[in-house]
Design a protein around this ligand. Structure first.
Ligand SMILES: [Zn+2]
Length: 222
């Protein structure tokens, strides 16, 4: 196994934990596509907290283990990762967690609306859809994920399970995982004061454009 890729997967797992968008037990998995190849590196441990490098596995995008080992509970979710790489050639990182507030929406089988501006700014202007339930990583679950995904939107809720984020880079995947969790938390917190209201549809593109225009300008200094 390439030490660089193993270390990168571990680093991403630690950053997911540090982001706070994770359940208390740290359950989840992270994978990285090896650029220009037909394989990925994936966390084989049951928790992303203090995930050991020795538990990272190298797996073909056909789902076949090539190096390392995969315990049953992790082996079951491999197909969820490989499907995202197969369907989106620009996806470089897949991230799955049970981040608590987003998972609340997943178990309620309710989509997340465009309640926080950041969703519009970072490629989720229509919110986060829900994939119907199927046993984790099964053909049924993967088919449900594919059916639920909104083209271009890099996240989906997994009914009765958790969240799946897939993006070009680990940085973007971690960012989106955090925004999805933040939106879900804000919606639940606002439930007692009238509930969340979506950003008006016609202003969602404006939120993105404003973010982009500031991005183009870069950091300003006096
Ligand atoms: Zn899970």
């Amino acid at each position: 196994m390439e030490a660089d890729f193993v270390n990168h997967v571990i680093d991403v797992a630690q950053r997911v934990v540090a982001s706070g968008a994770i359940s208390a037990n740290g359950h989840g998995n992270v994978s990285l596509r090896v650029p220009g190849s037909d394989e990925m590196y994936i966390t084989g441990g049951s928790s992303l907290r203090n995930h050991p490098a020795s538990a990272v596995a190298r797996v073909g995008l056909d789902g076949v283990l090539r190096e390392g080992e995969l315990p049953p509970i992790q082996g079951a979710v491999v197909a969820m990762h490989t499907a995202m790489y197969a369907d989106n050639l620009d996806v470089g990182c897949v991230l799955h967690t049970h981040s608590p507030y987003a998972t609340a929406f997943a178990v309620a089988r309710r989509p997340i609306g465009c309640w926080v501006e950041a969703l519009a700014m970072f490629g989720l202007p229509t919110g986060v859809p829900v994939a119907a339930y199927g046993p984790r990583g099964s053909d049924q679950a993967v088919a449900n994920i594919r059916a639920a995904i909104t083209p271009g939107v890099p996240a989906v809720l997994l009914a009765n399970h958790g969240v799946l984020v897939f993006h070009r880079t680990p940085d973007l995947a971690i960012l989106v995982g955090g925004i999805v969790e933040e939106a879900a938390q804000a919606a639940i917190n606002s439930a007692g004061i009238g509930g969340a209201i979506e950003v008006p549809e016609e202003l969602r593109a404006a939120a993105l454009q404003r973010a982009m225009s500031f991005d183009t300008r870069g950091t300003v200094r006096v």
